[in-house]
Design a protein around this ligand. Structure first.
Ligand code: SF4
Length: 323
């Protein structure tokens, strides 16, 4: 049994008995922001689809209004997933302070590069849980994957610092260890290839020990990943997708921010709401797979009602946009 949970995640809230069908548990904000990297796998870079939306801004005052309403409706966690690096977003400190003031959990996805000891302590003390991405502990491979040079040492130092500091913020609940940190890896043939004696996944897991939730997720064939698919996953003849999926399950010690509930249903569609540049979206994936599933500005309660109506029509369909 998995005995470690990320603070504020769906699994944690479910364990606390807060997860029911259709109750609002989390709000996700998909930030539109740049990044220090230009990863081979990045699903947002290289995508030109949203350029026509660049005039729509999601102001902090609108965010305050929506967050207060979401909190009233029962939301417990704000998830910040960057379409880029979250900590480069201009309003990130205001968002952290607002969420802290509302006494809500907050989960932020990051590549870890702009963190430091002082900031990490401040974020954990303000109730932030960090999901830090790392795909390789080998400098050359790291540089190749991120298409940059000279960032590896800083990224690893920050990751280790966060792991160390996070221990002061762990606690026990219902036989589980609740931690404010998770590490996320996207396995590729560059980092997992047992025939060549390469297993970065094992190395990362050994480094983390049981100080953080470790979860592996799949690369989506979007943005940069489309043209780099063969380098990352293999060609049609030697497609490693299935093997990498199996490895992901084997090595994951828990789940990330939202994702699947215990009953295997999607927590996004049933318990969360997400927005991107002022639009309500079903989830970050739907934003890419079916951009027509974007809905204009409206209040949280209106959006929750509309979404639930759609769900009622699709009783047995877990995912709203995939057939
Ligand atoms: S995958 Fe993440 S770290 Fe890499 S370029 Fe995209 S947003 Fe940045």
């Amino acid at each position: 049994m998995k005995k470690i949970l990320l603070k504020g995640s769906t699994s944690h809230l479910e364990k606390k008995g807060l997860l029911l069908d259709h109750n609002l548990l989390f709000v996700e904000e998909c930030l539109d922001v740049g990044c220090q990297y230009n990863c081979l796998k990045c699903f947002s870079k290289g995508s030109k689809r949203f350029q026509n939306l660049s005039h729509i801004k999601f102001s902090h005052s609108i965010r305050i209004k929506l967050m207060k309403e979401a909190k009233k409706l029962g939301a417990k966690t704000l998830i910040i997933s960057g379409e880029g690096e979250s900590f480069l977003f201009r309003d990130i400190e205001e968002i952290i302070n607002l969420t802290n003031k509302l006494k809500m959990n907050m989960i932020i996805f990051t590549n870890g590069l702009s963190l430091n000891q002082k900031k990490i302590k401040e974020y954990f003390s303000k109730g932030v849980s960090l999901i830090i991405s790392i795909d390789s502990l080998n400098e050359k491979t790291y540089d190749k994957l991120t298409r940059t040079k000279g960032n590896f040492q800083k990224a690893i130092t920050n990751l280790k610092t966060a792991l160390k500091i996070s221990k002061d913020y762990q606690y026990k609940f219902g036989g589980y260890k609740i931690v404010p940190i998770a590490i996320n890896t996207n396995p590729t043939v560059l980092t997992y290839n047992p025939h060549k004696g390469i297993n970065e996944i094992e190395r990362i897991k050994q480094m983390i020990k049981d100080d953080a939730v470790y979860f592996l997720s799949h690369i989506t064939p979007e943005g940069n990943a489309i043209s780099n698919w063969e380098i990352l996953i293999g060609n049609k003849k030697i497609n490693k997708n299935k093997e990498l999926e199996k490895i992901s399950e084997e090595y994951s010690t828990g789940t990330g921010a939202s994702g699947k509930r215990k009953d295997k249903k999607c927590a996004y569609t049933l318990n969360g709401i997400a927005h991107y540049k002022g639009y309500w979206i079903i989830c970050p994936q739907s934003n890419y797979i079916n951009p027509s599933l974007r809905f204009p500005k409206m209040s949280v309660s209106e959006w929750v009602q509309i979404k639930n109506k759609k769900l009622n029509k699709l009783k047995n369909q877990v995912c709203l946009f995939k057939k």
